[in-house]
Design a protein around this ligand. Structure first.
Ligand SMILES: [Fe+2]
Ligand SMILES: [Fe+2]
Length: 324
């Protein structure tokens, strides 16, 4: 049956991430245009019997059409996606590169929904599970920072930046031999460090010219706003909330929001600060080129060293070093 609803209530999905065992079916639509009007037509549900249809379509090669679900079903879709992801990661016949790419894609999509389409915090919670899968996936392959930087997207968007920082934080945890729980927490905090930006107008966030002092103040609010969002969700460790609140504090003081210094800044937030700046500098924006890793680390060490915990920056440089 054809349904007509506003464009905004549908979300594009990747059929590949649906799994037949999902016990939470939802409708899948494709889009048609007739006489200038866009219609969404129901194609299938995710019930096992309908899944056949999806599988057949996937096997027929690249589907020409895009597929959509209703916005309200997004969190169910991501539940299916994480189940599929677990299966992919557990499959010994799939290459690490392919697994890593899929994990990156799902986490990027979750973050994109959250930052660009105002997805609910329920959707954001899927990042929790994705970080768990990510940690499992990367556990057996010590690909290091250099390997990670080959996976990360080099165009800066808040959502890709979030996943990148999560991956760098996770890798740092692996390198310094944290335990699995700490690695996941650190990675998750990295992925969620900028969630407060979801509350800031994109006109200000993406402004190309110089920011007015008022606009800069609004941007600065993203740190405590992020802390608030995560705190209110009542499911995150203190260290994750600290990472959102404190990732713009500087080691020698003078950062924001509080201007605290040294060990007053939580250890996880000090790690996040290094990874945050590194990713911001090594990615492209409309107004700036991406810097290469060597120049970035040189700049961070020589011109910004007051901002970082030297021990963390030095060990990051050491772990990056051999491949530069
Ligand atoms: Fe930030
Ligand atoms: Fe950031």
């Amino acid at each position: 049956m054809a349904r007509m609803t506003t464009e905004a209530s549908y979300r594009k999905i990747n059929l590949e991430f649906l799994n037949a065992s999902g016990d939470e079916p939802f409708d899948i639509f494709y889009r048609t245009r007739s006489y200038g009007t866009i219609k969404y037509v129901r194609f299938a549900t995710s019930k096992p019997e309908h899944h056949e249809k999806v599988v057949r379509l996937l096997e027929s090669g690249d589907p020409l059409e895009d597929f959509f679900i209703l916005e309200d079903d997004l969190f169910k879709y991501y539940r299916h996606a994480t189940t599929t992801l677990r299966k992919i990661v557990a499959n010994p016949n799939i290459s690490f590169e392919k697994k890593a790419k899929k994990v990156y894609e799902v986490s990027k999509n979750i973050m994109k929904e959250f930052f660009e389409n105002n997805a609910s915090e329920k959707v954001l919670r899927s990042s929790d599970e994705v970080m768990e899968i990510m940690e499992e996936c990367f556990r057996d392959y010590d690909i290091g920072f250099y390997g990670i930087s080959k996976i990360t997207n080099k165009d800066y968007y808040t959502y890709t930046h979030s996943v990148n920082v999560g991956l760098y934080c996770m890798t740092y945890g692996v390198k310094i031999q944290m335990n699995h729980d700490e690695i996941r927490t650190l990675g998750l905090g990295g992925m969620l460090h900028d969630v407060g930006k979801s509350k800031i107008s994109t006109n200000i966030l993406n402004k190309k010219g110089l920011l007015t002092p008022q606009e800069f103040q609004i941007i600065k609010d993203h740190a405590p706003l992020g802390g608030e969002i995560l705190n209110e969700m009542n499911c995150y460790a203190h260290s994750v909330i600290d990472m959102a609140n404190q990732h713009h504090e500087k080691f020698k003081g003078g950062g924001y929001p509080l201007g605290i210094a040294g060990n007053e800044i939580s250890y996880f937030a000090r790690i996040c600060k290094v990874m945050d700046v590194y990713d911001a500098l090594t990615t492209r924006r409309s107004y700036k080129k991406a810097m290469n890793p060597f120049d970035t680390l040189t700049l961070m060490k020589k011109q910004m060293s007051d901002e970082f915990d030297t021990k963390i920056l030095d060990s990051f440089i050491r772990y990056m070093g051999p491949e530069l």
